[in-house]
Design a protein around this ligand. Structure first.
Ligand SMILES: [Zn+2]
Ligand SMILES: [Zn+2]
Length: 419
């Protein structure tokens, strides 16, 4: 029986890992500059947490969650996103007591049962950042500025930032009514899902991917015309700060999130290089969610980056460009092999990236392996060398050979080769 990975679950192979590490380490570097701290939350939670946090009526919760019952009959789910878990942890550990503003980030796999396609897998990865405890608008602009700075520092510059304001529950209610009236006029043109959504959650019609729904929405009313004073001032300030920070943006009134506790600023970063799947990050304010989860009435804003899509943009970045080992040990004969094996471990402890061939092979075959690994130097030691008390160090690029005494060999190699 030969096993294959589950559909939609992918291996990240050694030659691909370089790009992943680059994105993750750059994210950590940038987040640290902006005062963020890492938090690691479990990949599994009570299913109810996500139903509450993302919404029962969303595709994510109703169709795409990996749910299971444990042996005690508890309903569990693999996390489809990270925000709900981070907020659960924030409340559970009373993090608000230690400092009023918490800036948290987390990196890891998420799980959704979607149709696998290019740029979309069932296990996928996100980088999440959340700022909890401040109503903005300075922090809104800071978070967006940080996100774009991160992309440019990874080398992704061909992006468009879309922003919008979702208002607050107070000013969204009249907008929702107006939108419902508008949709009623086009009821027959809507897809069956949207016909249903029109009653339950009309804002979600903006997200529909069906063409004829998009047509209908072209002339739909805009939330921006309904913002209350507080929400309008907030949005204007965010835009003003972004301008001062030299961040280009497009106001996109179709950028919507159909959940009650998503409030005010919402944003999405798009790239023009990936075809249809063009959002590489999205986020926004969710001032009502922490209270909804039974925590304090703390405002919050966050974003999620789709790591797969970012990595796809970095395809040129190859881990293969990394250098090979500093030293390849090529012993000949059992005695030399045993000695080399012990030296190898000591060399590594001394900070040298070392390799050897563990099977007994001739010199030619060993040199071939050293070449394939792109080793800088090769240490050649056979019976002759052991008797003479000298070994040969060969430079694989200049082909130059020098002799080194056996005495203090390990120390000498570390002195010569560790950079
Ligand atoms: Zn408002
Ligand atoms: Zn639709």
């Amino acid at each position: 029986m030969q096993y294959k990975a589950i559909k939609g679950f992918k291996d990240i192979l050694p030659h691909q890992v370089g790009a992943w590490n680059r994105v993750e380490s750059e994210a950590k570097r940038v987040f640290e500059l902006f005062g963020f701290k890492e938090i690691r939350v479990p990949v599994m939670e009570k299913a109810e947490l996500f139903a509450r946090g993302i919404g029962e009526d969303t595709d994510i919760v109703s169709k795409e969650m990996y749910t299971l019952k444990d042996r005690k009959g508890n309903n569990l789910a693999m996390r489809p996103e990270a925000t709900a878990s981070v907020l659960r942890a924030y409340i559970e550990h009373k993090m608000y007591e230690s400092y009023p503003i918490q800036k948290l980030f987390t990196i890891g796999p998420m799980f959704r049962y979607e149709r696998p396609q290019k740029g979309r897998a069932r296990q996928f990865h996100q980088i999440n950042a959340e700022i909890i405890g401040d109503p903005g608008p300075r922090l809104d602009s800071e978070l967006i500025f940080m996100l774009l700075y991160l992309f440019s520092s990874i080398g992704i510059n061909n992006t468009t930032l879309n922003i919008n304001s979702l208002g607050c529950p107070g000013c969204r209610e009249p907008f929702r009514d107006e939108l419902k009236n508008y949709l009623k006029r086009y009821f027959t043109q809507l897809c069956p899902d949207c016909q249903r959504r029109m009653e339950t959650n009309p804002l979600r019609v903006f997200d529909c991917k069906v063409d004829r729904c998009n047509q209908v929405m072209k002339d739909a009313p805009s939330m921006l015309d309904f913002l209350c004073n507080d929400c309008r001032n907030h949005f204007n300030s965010v835009k003003a700060y972004l301008k001062e920070l030299d961040v280009d943006f497009v106001v996109n009134t179709h950028l919507m999130r159909g959940l009650d506790y998503y409030t005010k600023t919402t944003f999405e970063v798009q790239t023009h290089e990936l075809g249809a799947q063009n959002a590489i990050a999205g986020g926004g304010r969710y001032d009502g969610l922490i209270k909804e989860f039974g925590g304090p009435d703390s405002p919050a804003i966050g974003f999620a980056i789709g790591v797969e899509r970012v990595v796809e943009l970095l395809e040129d970045y190859s881990a293969d460009k990394k250098e090979g080992p500093d030293l390849f040990l090529a012993p000949l004969g059992k005695e030399a092999e045993d000695k080399a094996f012990i030296w190898l471990q000591e060399l590594r402890k001394g900070g040298l990236r070392g390799e050897m061939e563990y099977r007994s092979l001739g010199l030619k075959a060993q040199m071939r392996h050293a070449d394939r690994l792109r080793a800088r130097k090769v240490l050649i030691v056979g019976e002759d060398e052991l008797t003479k008390g000298k070994v040969i160090l060969r430079d694989m690029f200049t082909k130059e050979q020098t002799e080194l005494p056996l005495d203090n060999l390990v120390d000498e190699l570390i002195r010569l080769l560790v950079r």
